[in-house]
Design a protein around this ligand. Structure first.
Ligand SMILES: Cc1cc2nc3c(=O)[nH]c(=O)nc-3n(C[C@H](O)[C@H](O)[C@H](O)COP(=O)(O)OP(=O)(O)OC[C@H]3O[C@@H](n4cnc5c(N)ncnc54)[C@H](O)[C@@H]3O)c2cc1C
Length: 204
């Protein structure tokens, strides 16, 4: 029943407000289960029809994976969804879960800082634990596409080199450069890894 045909004006106003606030078409009070099912089906079809914006990566659960997607693609996807009628306050960027870039920067900081603090003469235990950590990191990294490629890179003759700090630092630099190349970014000069991550460049 169209809203205009509802006999009670107050109800009409109420349903109009519901519709404008929720963005969902108000259901007539006497809608049959069949009508309701059809409305649900229509909404599913609408959702399916929309292609995902470029750069949005799906997770193994079939839902968009935030830690595999950049903020700009995520926002593009959010914009392409119907606007929620009740406006929620915009959260500050600092309070948001990390996107693929923030996660990457933080993770590289951790990895390079680990290499910078690695012993020059590690014990056998330190070496095997470090290898275990890197292998688990490659399994648990919370961007699955990144993790898959990282593991494939390691398998392709690039196992972690952990015999001493210099080796480990260079290995991490090469791992990072492999991603830089994949993303079309400039490679970092690995002769400078220690200056960047341990001793500090001028001004640090
Ligand atoms: C294991 C792993 C896999 C990833 N895979 C993907 C992926 O598949 N797709 C994706 O979109 N993102 C991926 N990322 C994230 C990506 O590498 C970047 O972190 C992200 O794009 C942000 O880039 P950025 O330009 O801010 O600087 P980052 O690349 O994060 O670099 C941070 C800083 O490290 C220094 N640096 C740069 N290169 C090197 C190097 N080779 N050695 C030492 N220091 C260096 C520079 O000073 C730079 O400012 C991955 C991250 C990790 C940790």
């Amino acid at each position: 029943m169209p809203l205009t045909e509802i006999q009670y004006p107050i109800l009409q106003v109420f349903l109009c407000v519901v519709e404008s606030r929720t963005g969902m078409p108000a259901q007539p009070l006497n809608a049959t289960p069949k009508q309701l099912a059809r409305a649900g089906q229509k909404q599913d079809e609408d959702n399916k029809a929309k292609p995902l914006p470029k750069g949005v990566v799906l997770g193994p659960d079939g839902k968009p994976c935030r830690t595999c997607t950049s903020v700009s693609s995520w926002l593009a996807m959010a914009k392409s969804k119907p606007t929620a009628a009740v406006a929620s306050p915009t959260p500050s960027v600092a309070a948001c879960p990390p996107d693929v870039e923030e996660l990457g920067r933080s993770s590289w900081t951790l990895l390079h800082a680990m290499t910078a603090n690695y012993p020059e003469k590690p014990t056998g235990t330190q070496q095997s634990e470090t290898k275990q950590f890197i292998n688990l990191f490659g399994k648990m990294y919370p961007c699955w596409v990144c993790a898959d490629d990282f593991r494939a890179w390691m398998k392709d003759g690039n196992e972690p080199r952990v015999s001493n700090r210099a080796e480990f630092g260079r290995w991490a630099c090469e791992a990072h450069n492999a991603v830089n190349v994949k993303l079309g970014k400039e490679s970092f000069d690995c002769n400078k890894w220690e200056e960047r991550w341990r001793t500090g460049m001028e001004g640090c």
